[in-house]
Design a protein around this ligand. Structure first.
Ligand SMILES: Nc1ncnc2c1ncn2[C@@H]1O[C@H](COP(=O)(O)OP(=O)(O)OP(=O)(O)O)[C@@H](O)[C@H]1O
Ligand SMILES: [Mg+2]
Length: 257
């Protein structure tokens, strides 16, 4: 089982988009995929056809509720959706940090430290899935730290703009700390996201980015990507001439996914 987290502490850079396209791609290839929505905005949950009143993620992490009671099947009108199981989110997840403080005693007994809770829970279901894909909120909080400790790799969608690139430093510092302490095997990939290829300045930023990091082929800013989300139809279903499909095909190939 491989665990992949999509993360960037900056908002609106295409994390949830990346997750949706990746989950559908992996499921379409025949993999059993577990999706964990760690964002209280619950955008990925609703794109996968699931809306719930109150998520049980805190109770599951703490060990009060088993995985069977937390997971649901994704809903969609294509066969590959059958391969997707979801741990859905809701607004209530915004209280996660407070709830974890209240359960400190249980956490110490169970996992030692709260950062390890998600890894522990995923070890319990490792036989059931080929991939786990985790969507995270736009902040460097407990959700993101737990996801990084539990993951094999982190995909970082990044817009080719100054503030986005500056914000990367903070995330990379966190990545280094987790790698040195809890998870030496953690890998990362930087994915230029929502790129407007007609803008010279963005092309220039991508060149700069590639001087500091190994970057993947870019995902362009395309209206059809928004349609993919609103119609709940992944880009691979949009035909070979679709530019979104071409971008994601190149991305998955570069990531060996
Ligand atoms: N390649 C793209 N081309 C055009 N629009 C895109 C693209 N990727 C994402 N979008 C749109 O941009 C908006 C933000 O994308 P998304 O929700 O995936 O970002 P996010 O990083 O998950 O945001 P948040 O930090 O709030 O969770 C959405 O409306 C989405 O449909
Ligand atoms: Mg999101």
């Amino acid at each position: 089982m491989e665990v992949i987290t999509v993360a960037n502490n900056k908002g609106g850079v295409g994390k949830t988009m990346q997750c949706y396209q990746l989950v559908c791609h992996l499921a379409h290839q025949g993999n059993k995929v577990l999706v964990i929505d760690l964002d209280s905005q619950a955008n990925l949950s609703s794109t996968l056809g699931v809306q719930i009143q109150r998520t049980l993620i805190p109770e599951w992490l703490i060990g009060d509720v088993p995985a069977e009671d937390v997971v649901v099947k994704a809903e969609g009108d294509a066969e590959f959706y059958d391969n997707i199981t979801l741990v859905p989110s809701s607004r209530h997840l915004a209280n996660l940090s407070k709830l974890l403080i209240l359960s400190e005693g249980e956490i110490r007994r169970d996992a030692g430290r709260k950062e390890r809770l998600l890894r522990l829970r995923l070890q319990e279901v490792a036989e059931d899935y080929d991939y786990v894909v985790i969507d995270t909120p736009p902040m460097l909080g407990d959700e993101l730290i737990m996801a990084l400790v539990a993951s094999n790799r982190i995909l970082i969608p990044t817009q080719a703009q100054d503030y986005s690139i500056d914000g990367l430093e903070e995330l990379m510092d966190t990545f280094e700390i987790i790698k040195e302490t809890e998870n030496p095997g953690l890998d990362f990939s930087i994915i230029p996201s929502m790129v407007d290829t007609r803008r010279k300045i963005e092309q220039q930023r991508i060149v700069e980015l590639s001087q500091s990091f190994n970057i993947t082929p870019p995902i362009r800013n395309l209206v059809q990507m928004q349609e993919s989300i609103s119609m709940r139809k992944p880009v691979f279903m949009m035909g070979n001439s679709s530019r979104g499909k071409q971008d994601y095909d190149a991305l998955w190939e570069s990531l060996n996914l």
